[in-house]
Design a protein around this ligand. Structure first.
Ligand SMILES: Nc1nc2c(c(=O)[nH]1)N[C@H]1C(S)=C(S)[C@@H](COP(=O)(O)O)O[C@H]1N2
Ligand SMILES: [Mo]
Length: 359
């Protein structure tokens, strides 16, 4: 087992927002490269680090209930893919009035290279029954739920982290959902779900269950707390909806907020990603009005990860400037100007506004 000091040192480079359960944002430099180094990848956990017995049980509505070890998973064909994970609560601090929940700024997003077995291969070993509807993923983590004081409906003394995905999606190899056991070429760290976890591309990262201990095929839709209580868009003016795919979003990584830039050309850089299709366009506004200029957009280096964009901003105007970057994806989704407010503060993909002084 990994010792407490190893866990501590793995956390040193992050911006901690809650010590227990441990939640931490990535530092700004985590968004510069294509792949986020493991020690800079944000961490979001609902409970204290669990112990895991090293086995994965697969049961429920299956013809062949199975127990797998890490070696069994490694014996299946290995798939490696870079996946951008974003917490559904990323950007919550920009919402007004401030919703309840962890006070995430805008750095609960990172991209790692994940290696594992395809979930579809793992499920095939257990042979899901034809009447299966959902697949339920259980983490080894559990405990009293820490938000119960502010969300009185969540009165849980011992809740376990469980999420589900539709069986058709989980059993489809083209969904590219992994039971991952390596992150950036190394065994998973405790904070990122050792010894194995789900990595579900394009979904908000709540679907990527860490410390995976059980998989069950269900013949009814799953309705647990983290599926129907939390991770629901509670819109003030329309029916509630579950949090599913990441909403289209761009971030500006250069210049940093509050930078003083010399006059002349400066290459503005950033990232953009979406769970509903590749990014097709990023536009930059320099006045706060609708003067949108197309940025240069790099093609994606993989189907499940953020894309780089850049824009040469040549200005000789002294004073404060505002910069905005707006992404559009292949499904035609485009970022809104205003955070899409919902009671629990999920899915804030509003256009970022940055100010920069030029002298
Ligand atoms: N077992 C378990 N899995 C979990 C969680 C959790 O609390 N317990 N948090 C989820 C949420 S909300 C997010 S955003 C991602 C974060 O993954 P990371 O910590 O590796 O960045 O893990 C998901 N998987
Ligand atoms: Mo999350």
């Amino acid at each position: 087992m990994t010792g407490a000091s190893e866990v501590e040192s793995a956390r040193a480079a992050l911006e901690m927002i809650n010590p227990a359960p441990y939640n931490a944002e990535a530092p700004p430099e985590a968004l510069v490269g294509n792949i986020t180094p493991t020690e800079l990848h944000y961490v979001r956990s609902n409970f204290a680090l669990p112990t895991h017995d090293g086995t994965l049980e697969i049961g429920g509505a299956v013809d062949n209930p199975t127990t797998l070890t890490l070696d069994d998973l490694r014996a299946l064909p290995a798939h490696e893919q870079a996946v951008t994970l974003e917490c559904a609560g990323n950007g919550r601090l920009d919402m007004k009035p401030l919703p309840t929940g962890e006070p995430w700024g805008d750095y609960a997003v990172s991209t790692a290279r994940w290696t594992g077995a395809l979930l579809s291969d793992v499920l095939a070993l257990a042979q899901p029954a034809a009447l299966g509807v959902d697949v339920r993923f259980e983490g080894a983590d559990h405990g009293p739920y820490h938000l119960q004081a502010i969300l009185p409906e969540t009165q849980q003394d011992d809740l376990t982290f469980v999420r589900a995905l539709p069986l058709v999606e989980a059993a489809d190899p083209s969904s590219a959902i992994l039971v991952a056991y390596e992150m950036n070429g190394e065994p998973l760290t405790p904070d990122h779900g050792a010894p194995f976890r789900i990595v579900a591309p394009h979904w908000y990262a709540v679907a990527s269950v860490k410390w995976l201990s059980r998989i069950d095929v269900l013949t009814e839709p799953y309705t647990g707390e983290f599926q129907t209580g939390h991770y629901i868009y509670q819109w003030p003016d329309r029916p509630h909806e579950p949090v599913t795919l990441m909403r289209v979003r761009a971030r500006i990584t250069d210049p940093a907020p509050g930078t003083v830039l010399p006059l002349g050309p400066h290459t503005v850089r950033g990232k953009a990603w979406s769970g509903t299709g590749p990014i097709t366009q990023v536009d930059i506004s320099l006045t706060g009005e609708g003067d949108w200029h197309p940025a240069r957009l790099d093609p994606p280096s993989g189907p499940y990860q953020w894309q780089d964009w850049s824009f040469v901003w040549d200005s000789n105007d002294i004073g404060r400037h505002t910069l905005r970057a707006r992404a559009t994806d292949a499904a035609g989704n485009v970022q809104p100007d205003v955070p899409p407010w919902n009671r629990l503060g999920y899915g804030n993909n509003a256009i970022e506004v940055l100010f920069v002084d030029r002298h």
